[in-house]
Design a binder for this molecule. Structure first.
Ligand code: PNW
Length: 524
């Protein structure tokens, strides 16, 4: 491990200080620290990675997550409208092996099966998403598909009967195709259409839902959809597509948040947020230049989205100034980053009731200055003058971007605490992929990943006083992994996509996760 790492866990003074000052504390004994070996022995830093015992507060939320297009199937069932993915999957070479989500896990027809999996895991929560084209086939609230609405009522009722609380994502990467045709998230009016759709969802389902996520991972969705062309609408507005789409998504989120405030909060008493994906960015060396580059990476990756909502309504000044400067150096008359108006900043500021984080991986980051005049086209990855790499010792998942570095999870949680106040945090996704092949239910790598990450989250909670309230494993079952089709399997349950019945089978990781849930962590 080449990167130097500060080691809070070795600092017993710090530990006792947090023990004294932190009152939500459960069991943690100093003698437990370092007692057990870390699960990734080949690259452990014994002090940093020591496994600790301890449990989470008794009301900690344990769950699994999925998303509509990835599991539902029923792509044209009962009046559902065409979705952006339905159309995109039909374009040759867009999706690996020509796979589609037409049937996926067939969850549209398998509510009881899915709820049974959740019950067997013993989780208290389930994060699911609503399909916009299933509810509003043309995208607009003037055109409601009652059968689609009924499907979600049945699912929410089945969860309630099983005593499982839903966390509902209103928009997880899938738009009605009709709205993509109007410019998708590059159309300013999308913020308004989204707000109307969210208003409809709050009104229709709000009595059954206490935790809402407006939009899943605006940045990932924008990068892949509007900059790289790998997700619908498949555009390659390089260097600006991401910024524009993210900006409009944030405004849509903020409008929906205010709608909830004005019309539903007093009666429904739920909480609303937006889910951000972020890596941890670790300086590759201890040079000041690399430390500064790593911090720039964090501000571009997460600060650009979280700062407007959790700090002052605006993109961090450093990010705004850098993009403006680089845009001007490349001969543009305005910044590639759209500015927020005063009114928009007011709307955005404090528009979340908790911080929703999807964490998967860590990057090593070093300083690399890029002269914008040397580029033929703008590049969002050149905007922060940094280079990303991995340490060869990080275990790699099947997904090419996913390397396991659990300690980075704890560091990111601490960075969020430091930058956004001691905000309540829900981990809305965390998980590990392996490759499709002969059925293998003994998923050792996934077990190691989950144990290590949940243990780092426990350290963040118990030793650092980070206010983590819940954790959702991605994913309840193998599913349609977007442009990668069914090649990358993230499930705690195996799904046989060659069998029309789409049977689900618990992997070894499901049993391990169920035990962690039952134990509420890692008691002695
Ligand atoms: C998330 N990255 O996507 C999504 O919310 C899920 O729908 C998806 O299945 C899951 O993570 C696993 O991929 C991501 O490149 C896609 O860093 C790409 C990245 C992160 C998250």
């Amino acid at each position: 491990m080449s990167a130097p790492l500060s080691c809070a866990i070795g600092n017993l003074q710090g530990l006792w200080k947090s023990l004294e000052t932190y009152d939500g504390l459960n069991t943690i004994m100093a003698k437990d620290i370092g007692k057990e070996k870390f699960v990734y022995e080949q690259f452990q830093d014994p002090e940093r990675d020591a496994f600790i015992s301890g449990t989470f507060p008794s009301d900690f939320a344990w769950g699994c997550a999925t998303a509509a297009y990835q599991i539902e199937g029923g792509h044209d069932a009962d009046g559902k409208g065409e979705g952006s993915w339905d159309a995109f999957c039909r374009i040759p070479d867009k999706i690996l092996n020509g796979h589609t989500g037409d049937v996926a896990c067939d969850s549209y027809h398998k509510i009881d099966d899915d709820v049974k999996l959740l019950k067997d895991l013993g989780v208290s929560h389930y994060r699911l998403s609503l399909s916009w084209p299933r509810i509003l086939p043309s995208g607009f609230v003037t055109d409601v598909n009652q059968a689609g609405v009924s499907y979600y009522h049945k699912l929410l009722d089945a969860l309630a009967a099983a005593n499982i609380q839903p966390m509902v994502t209103i928009h997880h990467f899938d738009l009605p195709k009709a709205l993509d045709d109007l410019g998708g998230w590059h159309n300013e009016l999308m913020a308004v259409y989204f707000n109307q759709y969210a208003d409809f969802c709050f009104k229709e389902f709000g009595s059954k839902v206490k935790l809402w996520i407006t939009i899943n991972e605006p940045k990932v969705f924008a990068v892949y959809g509007y900059d790289f062309g790998k997700f619908p609408p498949g555009w390659t507005h390089v260097g600006s597509g991401t910024y524009r789409a993210v900006s409009i998504m944030l405004k849509g989120h903020a409008m929906a948040y205010r709608t909830y405030d004005m019309k539903y909060r007093s009666t429904q008493e739920g909480q609303v947020s937006i889910a951000f994906n972020s890596f941890w960015s670790q300086p590759k060396t201890d040079s000041d230049a690399d430390e500064a580059a790593a911090e720039r990476f964090r501000q571009f990756e997460l600060g650009g989205l979280a700062h407007p909502i959790f700090v002052d309504g605006d993109t961090p000044k450093s990010v705004r100034e850098t993009i403006a400067k680089k845009s001007s150096q490349a001969g543009l008359l305005c910044s590639r980053l759209p500015p927020f108006t005063e009114e928009e900043r007011e709307l955005l500021k404090n528009s979340a009731d908790f911080f929703a984080l999807n964490y998967y991986s860590t990057r090593l980051v070093s300083n690399r200055e890029v002269d914008p005049q040397s580029l033929l086209l703008p590049d969002i990855y050149a905007d922060f003058d940094a280079e990303e790499s991995f340490d060869p010792s990080f275990p790699r998942a099947c997904s090419e971007w996913l390397y396991s570095a659990p300690w980075g999870f704890r560091k990111l949680l601490n960075w969020i605490k430091k930058n956004y106040g001691n905000v309540k945090i829900y981990i809305t996704e965390n998980g590990f992929s392996d490759e499709d092949g002969p059925m293998n239910l003994e998923d050792e790598d996934r077990i190691k990943y989950y144990k290590a990450h949940i243990n780092e989250m426990l350290k963040a909670r118990l030793l650092d006083g980070v206010d983590v309230r819940g954790y959702f494993a991605w994913s309840l079952m193998d599913n349609f992994e977007w442009a990668e089709g069914y090649r990358e399997r993230f499930g705690l349950h195996h799904v046989d996509f060659n069998d029309p019945q789409r049977p689900r089978r618990a992997k070894a990781s499901a049993k391990v996760y169920a035990k962690i849930v039952k134990d509420n962590g890692f008691p002695e």
